[in-house]
Ligand binder design. Structure first.
Ligand SMILES: Nc1nc2c(c(=O)[nH]1)N[C@H]1C(S)=C(S)[C@@H](COP(=O)(O)OP(=O)(O)OC[C@H]3O[C@@H](n4cnc5c(N)ncnc54)[C@H](O)[C@@H]3O)O[C@H]1N2
Ligand code: MOO
Ligand code: MG
Length: 631
């Protein structure tokens, strides 16, 4: 039996992470925590003392409550330098080592290595798995970073390091080594690149093809809106990194953990009215009562008063209910009162009226707000009422966007014949800002494969999501498709909707980074409609927003006839107001061409006409989505 008291563990986090762009690996966000936090959770049941070998960010590692040991050898000498300092500082006879980038390590690692070490009277026990060689034949492979080492082996290690050697398993020749075969090779996988990290982060997230494969009647050339929305929602993955921000800065951010109320709110039973507090049992069937006033209870200070039968306390709104009182008579319901007493009719209040109960707003120990909540002004106040100063929120989503088209000019440039000013980047800027994203405006990209590829790569390497406009319809889609296909998995759709028929969606990769891609159509109204009805929800999901925040559809009467083709969803721009009868009534803004941006600026709502709907008669009820909300 393994006595865990005999085992210390050392997490090796001292490397330079050259394949991960030299970031500090252990501190990389992973599945709601960091890599090192996952390793720590695995180790806690396996060892009593745990330390971390790290050569950077000692404070951040120390925050996990563990001793941080830096190499005594200079210049990131590798894991053996970590083992050296680990053995030097080890308080027990045995030291278990694991790397910081293997969050899936076996739960029985220490126990099995220890059993073998004892059985074979070895100096060191090392994990072994079977890995196929180039012919597919399984070969035993040692994982020297997953070892249990006797502290007494330090002189052999020292001699090996003194000879200038640094290979992790290189010093095993001088030792008695016990090999322990683990059948689950995947438990030893480590994460070396940011791309692997993102893949693991996604866990078993399906590929775009798999998501699409779940639709029995998928037709990219005639895709219903709901199918496109379904595919996007299934494929998108949230960004999990979390940060703590001061309460005010949490506005419009997404809560990253349930906020448990540390206190009851209100903390005491208190009065909802200015008036007189008394024991409601005295009301019983009496026509009139006169109670003697024994004192005054102000808000903010318990009065210490205890009225007896026939007595009451003058109380202010928010004042703590005096002991024995459960009812408050609002002062305006008194038929007579002076400083000494109050008289009122027995039916003017019922027992228990106008008392706010302790914890009726929030109860200690109960979640006050749930993870995934988009924090609005009321939430700020509610968190403040709990006395909480800092809030864990998801990190902001980074979204890069650019326009494509040789005809596009930016503000400040002369407008040559045949050219137009780029407006999509401005509508996209506004819509993304409203969502609270960090935005990267990449300007205009020429209609040219090399320029498009360069822009997509740059966007992919700096953002979580990319939004492009233009170049996805038949005229241009061929080269766009070729470039996007080269960089990842992107589907080109013709959606059963108007405006916004052509659209591309998928995920691209570049240099170990990946990003979701929304290739929106170029027409200015189409770009807004596709953003609102596809990208917006997807980005909110990436931000970690919990599902229940969908915008509510309202209904209004069509003031005039609306032409509508059945078989597609139309998003017409409307102005809703109250008709003469007080009912909501909506009219079109005028011409509905997808190049007519004025139709959006004049509108205060979108009229959503679903697939099955044909022409709309005057007076018929239609669904609308108002632009403005109260908060
Ligand atoms: N033969 C077909 N032609 C078109 C179809 C079709 O199915 N068959 N679909 C039409 C629809 S619907 C749309 S929407 C557009 C989408 O075209 P692209 O995504 O390829 O976009 P572009 O051709 O680059 O531009 C379309 C239109 O929008 C103007 N534009 C583009 N970017 C901007 C910008 N940043 N600011 C302002 N205006 C912009 C551009 O000048 C074009 O006029 O395809 C239809 N054609
Ligand atoms: O998708 Mo297009 O917007 O209808 O011109
Ligand atoms: Mg085009």
């Amino acid at each position: 039996m393994t006595d865990k008291n005999q085992i210390s563990a050392l997490i090796l986090a001292g490397g330079r992470a050259t394949r991960m762009g030299r970031v500090d690996k252990g501190l990389q966000p992973f599945r709601g925590a960091t890599l090192v936090a996952h390793v720590l959770e695995k180790l806690k049941p396996q060892a009593t003392h745990i330390a971390i070998n790290a050569n950077r960010n000692a404070d951040a590692y120390a925050a996990y409550g563990l001793p941080v040991l830096a190499d005594s050898l200079d210049g990131f000498a590798g894991p053996l330098a970590g083992l050296q300092v680990g053995l030097q500082q080890c308080a027990t006879a045995l030291l278990l080592t694991v790397p910081c980038d293997s969050p899936f390590l076996p739960d029985d690692l220490a126990a099995r290595l220890h059993t073998a070490l004892l059985a074979e009277d070895a100096d060191l026990a090392v994990a072994v798995t079977l890995e196929p060689d180039e012919h597919g034949v399984p070969q035993r492979q040692r994982h020297p970073v997953f070892s249990l080492v006797k502290r007494s082996a330090l002189p052999q290690l020292q001699a090996y390091l003194d000879s200038g050697m640094r290979r992790m398993g290189g010093w095993h020749g001088a030792l008695r080594v016990a090999e322990v075969l683990f059948s689950d090779a995947a438990a030893f996988r480590n994460i070396n690149t940011l791309e692997q990290l993102q893949q693991e982060e996604r866990g078993h997230a399906p590929s775009l093809q798999q998501v699409i494969g779940c639709l029995s009647d998928y037709d990219p050339g005639a895709l219903p809106v709901r199918h496109a929305q379904h595919i996007i929602q299934r494929f998108i993955q949230p960004v999990r990194a979390v940060e703590k921000v001061a309460l005010r800065s949490a506005l419009d951010r997404v809560l990253a953990a349930d906020l448990i109320s540390p206190i009851d709110v209100p903390a005491h039973d208190n009065s909802a009215m200015d008036g007189y507090a008394f024991d409601g049992a005295q009301l019983q069937g009496r026509e009139q009562l006169t109670l003697r006033t024994i004192g005054i209870a102000y808000a903010g200070q318990p009065s210490g008063l205890r009225p007896g039968p026939g007595e009451c306390v003058r109380i202010m709104t928010g004042g703590v209910m005096p002991e024995g009182c459960d009812t408050v008579l609002p002062q305006e319901l008194a038929s007579a009162s002076d400083a000494a007493s109050v008289t009122f009719a027995g039916n003017s209040v019922r027992s228990g009226d106008n008392r706010r109960r302790q914890g009726e707003d929030l109860q200690a120990g109960q979640p006050a707000l749930r993870t995934g909540k988009l924090i609005r002004p009321a939430d700020l106040g509610l968190i403040a009422s709990l006395g909480i100063a800092e809030v864990p929120v998801r990190r902001r989503l980074r979204v890069a966007f650019f326009s494509t088209g040789d005809e596009l000019r930016s503000i400040g440039e002369p407008l040559e014949q045949g050219c137009i000013y780029d407006s999509n980047r401005y509508t996209l800027y506004g819509m993304l800002r409203r969502l609270g994203c960090d935005i990267i405006d990449m300007g205009v990209t020429r209609d040219d494969p090399a320029a498009l590829e360069a822009a997509l790569r740059e966007a992919c390497e700096s953002a979580d999501a990319i939004i492009t406009s233009g170049g996805v319809s038949v005229g241009d889609a061929d080269y766009t498709r070729a470039v996007m296909d080269k960089l990842g998995e992107v589907s080109f759709w013709k959606i059963g909707m108007r405006p916004g028929r052509p659209m591309a969606f998928g995920q691209i990769r570049s240099n170990g980074h990946s990003a979701f891609l929304f290739g929106l159509p170029g027409n200015p109204v189409a770009v807004m409609v596709t953003f609102y009805f596809f990208a917006r929800n997807a980005l909110q999901r990436m931000m970690g927003v919990d599902g229940g925040n969908d915008m509510p559809l309202l209904r209004a009467r069509a003031a005039d006839a609306i032409r509508k083709k059945a078989g597609r969803t139309e998003y017409q721009r409307g102005i809703v107001s109250l008709g003469a009868d007080g009912q909501a009534e909506v009219r079109l803004t005028g011409a509905q061409g997808s190049g007519i941006l004025r139709s959006m600026t004049e509108a205060n709502c979108i009229i959503i006409l679903p697939d099955e709907q044909g022409n709309v008669a005057p007076g018929e009820s239609v669904a609308i989505l108002p632009f403005e909300g109260l908060i």
